[in-house]
Ligand binder design. Sequence first.
Ligand SMILES: NC(=O)c1ccc[n+]([C@@H]2O[C@H](COP(=O)([O-])OP(=O)(O)OC[C@H]3O[C@@H](n4cnc5c(N)ncnc54)[C@H](OP(=O)(O)O)[C@@H]3O)[C@@H](O)[C@H]2O)c1
Length: 251
Amino acid sequence: MKIVVIGGTGLIGSKLVKKLGEQGHEAVAASPNTGVNTLTGEGLAEVLVGAQVVVDVSNSPSFERTAVLKFFETSTGNLLAAEADAGVGHHVAVSIVGTERMPDNGYFAAKIAQEQLIEKSGIPFSLVHSTQFFEFDRGIADDATVDGKVHMAHVLFQPIAGDDVAEAVRRTALGSPLNGRVEIAGPEQFWMDEFFQQALTAWGDPREVVTDPHARYFGSELTERSLVPIGDASLGTIGYRDWLGRSATGK
Ligand SMILES: NC(=O)c1ccc[n+]([C@@H]2O[C@H](COP(=O)([O-])OP(=O)(O)OC[C@H]3O[C@@H](n4cnc5c(N)ncnc54)[C@H](OP(=O)(O)O)[C@@H]3O)[C@@H](O)[C@H]2O)c1
């Protein structure tokens, strides 16, 4: 089966292309680095010829509120129009657990806009809502750093390894369209302030974690369950400590 992976050179996309290729599928990585740009439309019609499934795991180069909204609205609009022309039968996209609970967050608002375009496109679709990737942990700590201290709220946090995300997306892409969503999360639930205390120690990072009920997650205050699945979720198998060990040894 031909499966085009938009953002197939990125963190999740490159893992997914590898997995699908190992199973004998024609998995095509599509991104500016391979001559396909969903913002300008360059290479889009050509790459979609004969594609049955499109997975969108692209990301905006800028997380600034206006820029990220423009990225997801424009790229998703162009992509869905090209998929309709090409007769693609299944559109899969990765979004974030809790987007609808934090519409004041600029990045989450852009992901909601992306999801709405997909839902009303008429193309059969599946949305994979994931919690935060382990690979994003340092970015979260850096964004939460104020005057050298990492400010974290005492809220629930259930991050997931990129490999587990890619596996869930692979399963979803090869299945029938859900015309709805599946939620995925890591196998362990933590308190976010305690998770980062332990993570910083494990990284050998001297920054102190301050538990702060008003700590902001990329601009938004969190409630206890803002970032974790509320209903049923499919859980990954890779724990954070194992992942840290694997990352350190490059496995
Ligand atoms: N980070 C998290 O914790 C988290 C949690 C839940 C969901 N998500 C979602 O997961 C998805 C994948 O994230 P990721 O971390 O794997 O992304 P990533 O590593 O930053 O990769 C982004 C990809 O997007 C491509 N791209 C950028 N501009 C493009 C354009 N104009 N046209 C086509 N492709 C373009 C890049 O291509 P080049 O290599 O050619 O530049 C790259 O392949 C995102 O949609 C994100 O919202 C992330």
